[in-house]
Design a protein around this ligand. Structure first.
Ligand code: LMR
Length: 389
């Protein structure tokens, strides 16, 4: 090293990510009884990672057939994009709307590409729900947006407050919605409530962007995109960022979809393509091949629907058993929660002592994932948490 002062002298450590950072801390915890309720990662009844039987069969078929490991086009695999657009929007809408689609590295990749593209097209702010997935804010801030929030949930759904806040948003702004299984609250809007929100957004002229990371975890994969489809039918220009991490159990394969319905689809697609080329060139191959194989094969698709039903059933059972074993009537809302998460009424200090004393991990917000519970750890978890409630 020369004696010249390093240009990096000023660097300070960035805070650990509230979800991924916790996962690292959990991995290093030597206690056998530890439980990570922090991350949205589905585990089976044995506490093991779950390889969907549909994915296993698709892998087998791909392995036997073999496929070239060439680069995908910048947009991604054509068959994958066609199938996932159908899965998100239905045949009727795909045939009648000017939709464009890109295969992306996970839902985060879709959100970041959307943010990069929109940062040069949209002048206003980005509105996120309060609370929301902690990565929404940094994704849009790092793309240059000012990010503000609208009320969504505090012990209960704040629908009136949400409507009032959204009515004040301008046509220069973007509003981010969770398509289903709101993360972190587990509280979704009804179709009637979505209709009201669609009317408000139409009146103020903001651009809606849906984040759909849990398709198939609320009702089923065909009903879960009902809000996005409603907005599209109502004639909004919109963006959809989908993650297939949870819906196919392909977390580490990084598969997502960026879709949009907007005027000038050809021009928009060419601009997004240029963004992608400059960011990661083209998306990863393997996960998309698995999903395409499943969606293009009737028997595999049926199996996939059954795999999702198995997951929903297990989450439902865990939600019910958790509430029963804790035995507190004010936690009844958990039973009806949608998707992996709900909040527990715990303070950050209580969250920290659960981590220290019992090796039970969750973010400071008190959000827990019911996918990490099973018959073997339920009693330990509910006893430990129950002491703080
Ligand atoms: C979560 O919210 O736990 C998941 O979506 C994982 C992640 O990327 O944060």
């Amino acid at each position: 090293m020369s004696d010249q002062k390093s240009r990096f002298e000023h660097l300070v450590e960035a805070p650990a990510d509230p979800i991924m950072g916790l996962q690292e801390q959990f991995r290093q915890d030597p206690r056998e009884e530890k439980v990570n309720l922090g991350i949205g990662l589905y585990k089976d009844e044995e506490g093991k990672s779950f390889l969907f039987p549909s994915v296993r069969d698709a892998l087998q078929r791909l392995y036997e057939r073999g496929y070239a490991k060439d680069y995908l086009p910048i947009d991604g695999d054509k068959g994958f994009i066609e199938e996932t657009l159908l899965l998100s929007f239905s045949k009727e809408l795909v045939e009648s709307k000017p939709l464009i689609g890109f295969q992306t590295p996970g839902g985060t990749g879709a959100l970041r590409i959307a943010a990069e593209f929109l940062s040069s097209e949209v002048k206003g702010k980005v509105y996120i729900s309060d609370p929301t997935w902690p990565n929404h804010r940094p994704i849009f801030e790092r793309a240059g947006f000012k990010v503000e929030s609208y009320p969504y949930y505090k012990g209960q759904l704040l629908f009136d407050e949400m409507k009032r806040a959204l009515a004040a948003v301008t046509s220069d702004d973007i509003v981010i919605f969770h398509a289903c299984c709101h993360n972190p609250s587990g509280e979704d809007l009804s179709l009637e409530q979505w209709q009201e929100i669609s009317d408000i957004i139409k009146a103020c002229g903001a651009l809606p962007l849906f984040d759909m990371a849990y398709q198939g975890f609320a009702e089923d994969p065909y009903k879960d995109p009902q809000a996005v489809q409603l907005f599209l039918r109502e004639g909004h220009e919109l963006f959809l960022c989908s993650s297939y991490s949870k819906s196919f159990g392909l977390y580490g394969e990084r598969v997502g979809l960026l879709a949009a319905s907007l005027s000038k689809p050809k021009e928009a697609a060419s601009q997004i393509r240029a963004q992608i080329r400059a960011l990661y060139s083209n998306p990863p191959l393997h996960g998309a091949q698995i999903i395409k194989e499943i969606l293009q094969n009737a028997a595999l698709k049926k199996q996939w629907e059954a795999d999702l039903a198995t997951i929903r059933k297990r989450i439902e059972t865990m939600r019910k058993s958790f509430v029963e074993m804790i035995g507190k009537s004010d936690l009844a809302y958990i039973t009806d929660g949608k998707g992996m998460f709900s909040f527990l009424p715990l303070t950050p200090d209580q969250v920290l002592s659960l981590q220290k004393e019992a090796g039970i991990y969750m973010p400071k917000s008190g959000r827990i994932s019911f996918c990490s519970l099973n018959q073997a750890n339920l009693s330990y978890v509910t006893k430990s948490i129950g002491r703080h409630l």
